[in-house]
Ligand binder design. Structure first.
Ligand SMILES: Cc1ncc(COP(=O)(O)O)c(C=O)c1O
Length: 408
């Protein structure tokens, strides 16, 4: 298969070859690195050492202490452990039943909160601005005496906007309310320290920072009371299950590499993203750039192309060798505009034409320039198939209302 131009790094990043190399000895038959880290013998001690080294690497990346990190099976598990863990602990201690989150969280957080709602918790889903930013004042106003948790994502996976986490954390700290952030799209991309962010819980996932799929971590500040999702003695009684040693080793090395390359990679990726955006804005009429142009993670660019179906665009770009994704989630065959795009106020018909380009550290200038030849051609082709576009070109009224174009 011809090598794709991979612009879908927010969905998952390719594995860094250095990470793969570090994992291999723990996967290969013939090495003596297969012991259960809980075993007392030397084979167990060898894998225990590897797990603890990875814990140190992750802790170092986010500025926590070792004991505050637990390994999980993915970012979704980290988020769910944080939210349900705090909720169940608060319930046991009769602390209250109110949770605050936002309308633009990842599905894993949204669905978890909706589940808790069905179980009797009261959840406030705060709105965001048209550029996708949460006002810390709205958190302050939403807090009640029975609020037991605030959960706000650090950066949004669709539009890339970064939330004022440190400010929100300060508010929560003053009110002694546990504060969780889903930092799955920022760890490895932005410098992060849990103390500066004022967070009590922070989720991360290896496959967003060039590590393997199927492993994540959760920072839980010392003294934070929570119930585990899986019960048993591993991870100091906080997450049962024999550790996925190769994956944890991979996460550790990915964290270490991310820390080494942090500023440099972010600059390079932002440069490529800006070049791509500038080219698209210059070459394609009737489009809207979504998200906040200043407060956002380096690689993410989200565009709504009027008179185009996002799904069609993804398929056509794939045929042309570019992997991207749409901003609209399709639920069981019916195309439903993404909750994030609706939350920032995009009308459904504009949201439907949305495509997310997410660049990463393995992308090159050549790829961006090649994509800039392909994308305008694909959009023109798709528009040429649209009766609405024909009406528009003929000067007839179309049903695309209100006109949201930033540029004509
Ligand atoms: C913001 C955010 N939260 C949570 C997740 C879930 O992470 P995982 O795929 O590791 O379960 C993702 C993955 O897309 C994400 O982008």
């Amino acid at each position: 298969m011809k090598k794709k131009i991979y612009f879908d790094n927010n969905a998952t990043t390719p594995l860094d070859p250095k990470v793969a190399d570090a994992m291999l000895p723990y996967l290969s038959a013939g090495t003596e690195l297969y012991g259960n880290p809980s075993s007392v013998h030397t084979l167990g001690q060898a894998t225990r050492k590897a797990v603890e080294e990875a814990r140190a690497q992750v802790a170092q990346l986010i500025g926590s202490s070792l004991e505050e990190i637990i390994f999980t099976s993915c970012g979704s598990e980290s988020d769910t452990t944080a939210i349900k863990g705090i909720a169940f602990s608060a319930k046991e201690r009769k602390k209250g039943n109110h949770i605050i989150t936002t309308a633009i969280e990842h599905d894993t957080v949204l669905f978890c909160c909706e589940y808790l709602q069905k179980q009797g918790w009261d959840v406030t889903f705060l709105p965001v601005s048209s550029s996708g930013i949460l006002d810390p004042d709205s958190v302050k106003k939403a807090i009640r005496s029975e609020t037991i948790l605030v959960s706000v994502m650090h950066a949004n996976n669709e539009i890339g906007t970064i939330q004022p986490i440190a400010e929100i954390g300060k508010i929560c700290k003053e009110r002694e309310i546990p504060f969780h952030t889903d930092a799955i799209q920022t760890v490895g991309k932005l410098p992060i320290t849990v103390n500066e962010l004022n967070v009590d819980l922070l989720s991360l996932s290896a496959h967003k920072l060039y590590g393997p799929k199927g492993v994540g971590a959760l920072f839980i500040r010392r003294g934070t009371r929570f119930h585990p999702l899986f019960h048993g003695h591993h991870e100091r009684n906080r997450r049962a299950g024999t550790e996925n040693v190769p994956a944890i080793v991979g996460l550790g090395v990915a964290a270490e590499l991310a820390q080494k390359n942090l500023g440099q990679e972010a600059k390079k990726v932002a440069f490529l993203r800006d070049r791509l955006e500038k080219g698209i804005l210059e070459k394609v009429p009737y489009i809207r750039r979504n998200g906040d142009p200043r407060h956002r993670i380096p690689g993410t660019s989200n565009f709504s192309f009027e008179f185009v179906e996002g799904e069609g665009c993804v398929v056509m770009l794939d045929i042309e060798g570019i992997a991207v994704s749409t901003g609209s989630a399709c639920a069981s065959g019916s195309t439903k505009a993404s909750h994030v795009l609706r939350a920032i106020g995009l009308p459904a018909n504009v949201a439907q034409g949305t495509v997310r380009f997410s660049l990463g550290q393995f992308n090159t200038l050549d790829e961006v320039d090649k994509a800039l030849e392909i994308i305008p051609r694909v959009i023109s082709k798709l528009r040429s198939l649209s009766p609405l576009w024909s009406d528009k070109m003929a000067g007839l009224p179309t049903t695309v209302t209100p006109p949201l174009s930033l540029k004509k």
